[in-house]
Design a binder for this molecule. Structure first.
Ligand code: ZN
Length: 372
């Protein structure tokens, strides 16, 4: 659910945030009732709702800190989503330098700690006597923000603390991949420790342990996933578009009937797409999906030219760009095939095509030839 936009960043709420709001509201109310056992129902509801909403804003501020600093470093941030485990800032690219990663990662926990300190300071140094609901709210929000800050500083990649650690190792070893490997290993160890702790808690009859097991396994999974992702990114950036791009071996003439195209090209060469030529020029690309939706009885009436997509509908890429650039462009496409037109930067002439499967194959080759 989209609730707003800040500097071009969409702010979204996942339905699972309701669980946090509910839990936080519940704990705040429990604390409130310890202090004011005779509280009225209205006061109880007020404390629950206010604390639930404050925690959402606290998480949002934490994520905004990451996102706005990332923007300062020229990284594109598409959205912030709040969900069960807090928030995620969808930063489109990985930070380019250890220093930027360090700063982007640390500002989140830092802003939580500062926010928490402000809540507590207002509570402690207020000359007026605070009404109990406000006292509880300030206390609870202060503690939960400080908790949020400290929790995120645990050096378990891909959590903030783990990213700080990775940035430090990256800077020292000058090797992003090896830094990621160490940081995510630690992430997995922390994940397993949480699960073990949760298990022990359950053995002793504390059912909060399920929550720890759940979080631990989530952390382990994200650590593994992030490592694979980092490895793929590094491999992709080693692939040169120039080396992988090529000219297609077969092309379908513009005025070929759909029937004939299917029979003589798609079936014979078992490819899912072909360039379409008119005279000596490639004018478009036709994918099996484009013609599949034409009813069989009409396939002898239409020519391929009507169903192809013209070249302008495919992204452009220059020879000196990398597999990473190409994949980013493919991910932004909303139609198949994922093919880009390769041009020479100086002459602006088309020098070939590159497809997603070309890149995937090159990636496999790179991974096999250098091991993992
Ligand atoms: Zn964070």
């Amino acid at each position: 659910m989209k609730i707003g936009t800040v500097r071009g960043i969409k702010i979204k709420l996942h339905f699972s945030t309701l669980i946090i709001v509910g839990l936080v509201g519940f704990y705040a109310v429990t604390l409130f009732l310890d202090l004011v056992p005779e509280a009225s129902l209205v006061e109880i509801l007020l404390v629950g709702i206010i604390n639930g909403v404050i925690i959402l804003f606290s998480i949002l501020i934490h994520e905004l800190a990451h996102s706005l600093v990332a923007q300062q470093y020229g990284l594109k941030v598409s959205e912030i989503e709040l969900y069960l485990f807090g928030g995620v800032s969808k930063i489109e690219e990985e930070p380019r330098t250890p220093k930027s990663e360090m700063i982007i990662s640390i500002v989140g926990p830092l802003s939580s700690l500062i926010l928490g300190a402000i809540f507590l300071a207002v509570m402690l140094f207020n000359p007026l006597i605070l009404p109990p609901w406000l006292f509880v709210t300030l206390l609870y929000s202060g503690i939960s923000n400080i908790g949020l800050g400290i929790f995120n500083l645990i050096p378990a990649f891909p959590m903030d603390g783990g990213r700080v650690l990775r940035a430090y190792l990256w800077n020292r070893r000058n090797n992003l991949l090896s830094a990621t490997k160490t940081a995510s290993k630690l992430g997995r160890i922390v994940g397993y420790s949480m699960m073990a702790l949760g298990f022990i808690q359950i053995l002793f009859g504390q059912f909060g342990g399920f929550w720890l097991i759940f979080m631990g396994s989530f952390l382990d999974k994200s650590a593994r996933k992030s490592y694979v992702q980092a490895k793929n990114e590094v491999t992709l950036s080693k692939i040169n578009v120039r080396d992988v791009a090529g000219w297609p071996e077969f092309a379908i003439p513009f005025d070929t009937l759909l029937n004939d195209a299917i029979r003589n090209y798609f079936i014979v060469f078992t490819q899912t797409y072909f360039p379409v030529v008119r005279g000596n020029d490639i004018v478009g690309i036709v994918h099996l999906d484009d013609i599949k939706r034409v009813p069989i009885e009409q396939r002898s009436e239409f020519i391929i030219g009507y169903f192809m997509k013209s070249l302008s509908e495919f992204p452009l890429i220059y020879e000196e760009e990398t597999g990473k650039d190409a994949m980013r462009k493919f991910n932004q496409m909303d139609h198949r095939p994922h093919v880009a037109v390769v041009k020479d930067n100086e002459t602006q002439r088309i020098v070939g095509f590159i497809s997603e499967s070309d890149i995937v194959n090159a990636m496999k080759l790179e991974l096999y030839s250098h091991g993992s």
